[in-house]
Design a protein around this ligand. Structure first.
Ligand code: FAD
Length: 395
């Protein structure tokens, strides 16, 4: 099966060429790691350190970091290509997504010293980053967050709670979105938010694992910040003006989630096609029945549509344009298409689809999750309705 049907113009420096080179490198890496290895990491909630180190050795963790900063260059286009190619091989690496997008505001708004300290060690893979925005009470309504960093000397003290924080125990540092001004102290709710880099083992940080199983190696945590001391160099950008950096990170996150969705969707389809060509309960392959074939074909078309939207948005992001609308649309379409692909694969496998050893039902939680997290699709539709179509705010 062709893994992605997009026949994009190919030439020196073209988006297609940029993606092709990364896909080739990812293919070499993924050949060394089986889906069985990944399943073991997922089942045991063990961080796939071996893949991480190999990605570091190949320079793939330095993707999207400029070469003059010690990175491998490229941007979101290369990063989504990597994420997609690994997922297509059944390798689910949320930490790549987290570290990948959490670096964005540090590179764009951090000082050279902050980049040296917080970004450089992630290029070799020595350090990992996670991201903390969600709060138990605020949920989707992030602007209602109450985690507060108050001034203390030239630094801050952070107190609050975050929930569902993926990989907090595996990561060395987390990019935390917190208020430096309470909602009542600012003119608009979007003001007064700041970005901080917090060490996951800093005094006052406590991690409580949650009992969540979404087919990822990383666990999720309830994170408590109890008067955590943050030196001045932990603030990224200007105090109270973290919104731009936050949305840059979130747009990157949406693209990487799309890449993971499209990759996993294609992984499921590949397995379904192989099975449909060989399973013959009535003497002919079930793949010849249109009821199944069309279902698989529709999923493929929708994965392709999401993929093209993702590439378009990633290229816009890299060119410094506003990728918001297309990044949101890509995530909406990609997460839905991935669910459709896994559903089609499940149908194709009949009863065996529910046998974990066939590795279809095992994909379902991770693709279904992506319709809800990092942002639920309803909020993406709200965004499109309000900001693309110009309709009244609906919530
Ligand atoms: C496995 C996993 C990993 C995660 N990793 C991280 C992480 O690393 N860092 C982090 O900060 N967060 C993380 N999250 C949190 C995730 O981003 C939130 O769960 C998500 O944003 C939704 O918030 P909520 O669960 O509180 O849902 P709620 O806000 O309670 O919403 C519940 C449902 O209500 C509907 N809804 C809510 N608001 C609206 C609206 N305005 N219009 C229409 N419908 C609406 C949606 O259907 C939504 O699914 C993770 C979550 C999970 C499950």
């Amino acid at each position: 099966m062709i893994s992605n049907a997009s026949d994009m113009p190919f030439g020196p420096g073209s988006v297609a060429e940029r993606m092709h080179d990364i896909r080739e490198a990812a293919r070499v890496v993924s050949e060394g790691f089986s889906r069985a290895y990944m399943r073991e990491c997922i089942d045991q909630h063990r961080f796939p350190q071996e893949i991480w180190e190999t990605l570091g050795e190949y320079g793939l963790l330095g993707i999207s970091i400029p070469e003059d900063l010690g990175g491998s260059g490229g941007g979101q286009v290369e990063l989504v290509a990597l994420m997609e190619a690994l997922a297509e091989a059944g390798l689910v690496l949320p930490m790549l997504l987290l570290t990948g997008f959490a670096r964005v505001p540090i590179i764009r708004h951090g000082t050279p010293e902050q980049i040296e300290r917080f970004v450089k060690p992630t290029i070799s893979g020595t350090e990992k980053l996670c991201f903390a925005i969600t709060e138990p009470d605020a949920g989707t309504n992030s602007f209602a967050m109450s985690s507060l960093a108050t001034r203390e000397g030239d630094g801050y003290r952070l107190t609050g709670r975050k929930v569902f924080i993926s990989g907090a125990a595996d990561a060395d540092r987390m990019l935390v979105v917190a208020r430096t001004q309470k909602v009542g102290e600012v003119g608009r709710r979007t003001e007064g938010m700041s970005l901080f880099v917090v060490d996951t083992d800093a005094p006052g940080v406590q991690l409580q694992p949650l009992n969540i199983d979404v087919g990822w190696p990383e666990r999720q945590y309830l994170v408590f910040f109890d008067e955590v001391r943050l030196d001045a160099d932990r603030l990224i950008g200007l105090p109270g003006q973290g919104l731009a950096g936050m949305f840059e990170a979130l747009n990157s996150e949406r693209l990487l989630v799309t890449a993971m969705s499209v990759g996993l969707g294609n992984y499921a389809l590949k397995k379904a096609v192989a099975y449909a060509n060989e399973r013959k309960p009535f003497g002919v392959p079930i793949g010849g029945y249109q009821a199944l074939q069309h279902r698989l074909a529709e999923a493929k078309a929708e994965l392709e549509a999401a993929r093209l939207m993702m590439i378009q948005a990633a290229a816009t992001f890299d060119a410094g344009g506003n990728a918001g609308a297309h990044a949101n649309m890509a995530k909406l379409l990609g997460s839905r298409a991935a669910v459709k692909a896994v559903e089609a694969a499940l149908q194709t496998h009949g009863g065996y689809g529910f046998d974990r050893d066939y590795d279809i039902i095992t994909l379902w939680p991770s693709v279904r999750l992506m319709e809800i997290a990092p942002i639920n699709n309803e909020m993406l539709l709200n965004y499109i309705g309000e900001h693309v179509l110009g309709l009244p705010k609906s919530y």
